[in-house]
Design a binder for this molecule. Structure first.
Ligand code: NAD
Length: 529
């Protein structure tokens, strides 16, 4: 790949990219497509590793496209990867934090240099449009840098404490945050770069060694990440990468007593199962869970209709409704209900659907057969419950669509308020809207779910303050046309959830995150004075 030159994708540029971004993405896509179908290995202790069996990584855009052949790791590979991470821990945790950060910043720079290759692979593996795919990789690099910045700003978290007054002695007290050991990172399909690279960067910057287990739909992106860490010069065994099914390989990793901590990002049910399994160890170990969402938007009668409609549509259908922050339910005050509905439908009908690597396309396919089946089952259920589709409500099968998992973005009204789908994460391009008499009524609905990830609001400034104070969610936005409930970037909108959406109460890419990967040691040294 050519080295990144004039243009860097950042929070500020991603809504208005220059032409160079498109030409470079297209060049990378051509190269990646010329290399499809190759076999990829796992990386354990710095060595390439094959498993007894393999699996195919196919594109949801066109299931005839075999993107690559990946290893189906088993419990022996899991044990070896953890042993390799364990063996690498003393040297990695023992080197200075400055040395560690220098290597990790190099890895982040390599992600930037290879960003178009990442973008092309993510678009093909996940079905993301090109801006979303590139942002995913750019965010991974910035999350790694942000963890480094936090360690740097806190001088490696080595802090002198007070000297307790002891007659005849001099006391020196230090608070030192130190790494736990071997950290397991289990990541989801929907942000394969950011949600693998982000936790990896924090765990590594803190001095842990890691084992990465990506989702079976997105092994390629994580392999590219592992390559960046290796090529940056991280010693063998510091980053290990294994692939295979969650239920077997993932579970074997979780059950290994030599794992000191986990970051799991994925669905609520799997996450809670992992939490319970991990609790079977002989003592409590840190478990960072980033789980699902059922994210509401509330629209006041004082809202700017255009801003609200744009934000709702972007968050409902960006990445085909498969963001943990997707806007999946909307409560609208009666006076503006009809206006919002018609504008939301108008905007939704304009969304271009197709091969998401095409520049003009906004909506690609859902990620796999299961999601495609889920979409169809939800449509049937909504129909049977008396819900009405203002647009969408069907899969798309014309022409090239029948090669992939394409679903029409779907707006639902009249779904009975006690229906289970008001509370269940669907993770497909369906959003439900209803009218309310008051903002208090809307807030009651908004908070009445087991999740608390993101939430959005449109209305006056005073109402926005009221919204922030009363909504129970970890990431909240008001009057944001770029996305009602979506949008995160390290240092700007750190990302994490309350209630069933997350375990730590601290947001990734924020001020309090990297500390989760370290335990505190107080060092008291007494000398006779
Ligand atoms: P998933 O729960 O199906 O899988 C996540 C990961 O867990 C995959 O790598 C999978 O292979 C692995 N896994 C499955 N069973 C396992 C087991 N028994 N032991 C160990 N690993 C196992 O989730 P997904 O479909 O990949 O991702 C979508 C979900 O992730 C949604 O619920 C979404 O809301 C959530 N998510 C949350 C956040 C957040 O920051 N809160 C971000 C992105 C996605």
């Amino acid at each position: 790949m050519p080295k990144e030159t004039a243009f860097k994708l950042t929070y500020a540029t991603m809504f208005n990219p220059p032409e160079e971004l498109h030409t470079r993405f297209e060049d990378a896509l051509t190269k990646v497509k010329a290399n499809l179908g190759k076999e990829h290995t796992m990386l354990i202790g710095g060595k390439e590793r094959k498993a007894k069996a393999t699996f195919e990584d196919r594109s949801p855009i066109n299931t005839d496209w075999v993107l690559g052949v990946f290893q189906q790791g088993d419990e022996h590979d899991a044990a070896d990867a953890i042993a390799a991470a364990r063996a690498a821990f003393p040297a990695w945790s023992g080197c200075s934090w400055q040395e560690r950060l220098a290597l990790l910043r190099k890895a982040a720079d390599l992600i930037d240099e290879r960003i178009y290759e990442f973008g092309a692979v993510i678009a093909l593996e996940v079905g993301k449009n090109r801006m979303e795919a590139l942002s995913d990789a750019a965010e991974a690099a910035d999350l790694i840098r942000y963890a480094c910045d936090q360690i740097n700003a806190n001088s490696g978290f080595i802090k002198k404490m007070g000297e307790d007054p002891l007659q005849g002695f001099k006391a020196v007290n230090y608070s030192v945050l130190r790494p736990y050991g071997v950290w397991l990172i289990v990541s989801p399909f929907n942000f394969p770069a950011a949600l693998t690279g982000g936790p990896a960067g924090a765990a590594l910057a803190a001095g842990n060694t890691i084992v990465i287990k990506p989702a079976s739909d997105t092994p390629w992106t994580s392999r590219l990440l592992a390559d960046c860490f290796r090529d940056a010069g991280l010693p063998d065994g510091v980053v290990n990468y294994v692939t295979g099914p969650g239920r077997t390989l993932g579970q074997a990793l979780i059950d290994n007593p030599d794992v000191d901590g986990i970051t799991f990002t994925g669905s609520f049910d799997v996450g809670m199962g992992i939490y319970r399994s991990f609790a079977q160890g002989s003592y409590v170990r840190p478990t960072i869970l980033e789980l699902g969402g059922k994210n509401p938007a509330i629209v006041s009668k004082n809202a700017d209709i255009e801003e609200a409609a744009l934000g709702i549509v972007r968050s409902a259908f960006g990445l085909q409704g498969q963001k943990c922050s997707a806007c999946s339910r909307v409560y609208i005050e009666r006076p503006v209900y009809q206006k919002i509905l018609s504008r939301v439908v108008e905007l939704t009908n304009k969304l271009a659907i197709g091969d998401p690597t095409d520049r003009s396309v906004y909506l690609g396919p859902v990620v796999n057969k299961n999601s495609y089946a889920d979409f169809q089952a939800y449509i049937k259920e909504i129909n049977e419950a008396g819900g009405r589709f203002l647009t969408g409500g069907k899969i798309l099968t014309d022409g090239d669509f029948d090669k992939g998992y394409f679903c029409a973005p779907t707006i639902v009204v009249d779904l009975p308020m006690d229906h289970r789908l008001w509370k269940q994460e669907m993770f497909v391009p369906i959003t439900t809207l209803t009218q309310v008499e008051t903002l208090e009524e809307a807030m009651g609905y908004a908070n009445d779910v087991g999740y608390g990830l993101t939430a959005g609001f449109y209305g006056s400034l005073d109402e926005a303050q009221w919204f922030f104070e009363n909504i129970r969610a970890g990431v909240t936005y008001a009057n944001r046309p770029q996305g009602a409930t979506t949008g995160a970037w390290p240092g700007f909108q750190p990302f994490g959830g309350w209630k069933g959406s997350g375990s730590s109460g601290k947001n990734a890419g924020g001020l309090y995150y990297v500390q989760l990967y370290m335990h505190e040691q107080i060092q008291t040294l007494i000398q006779k004075s």
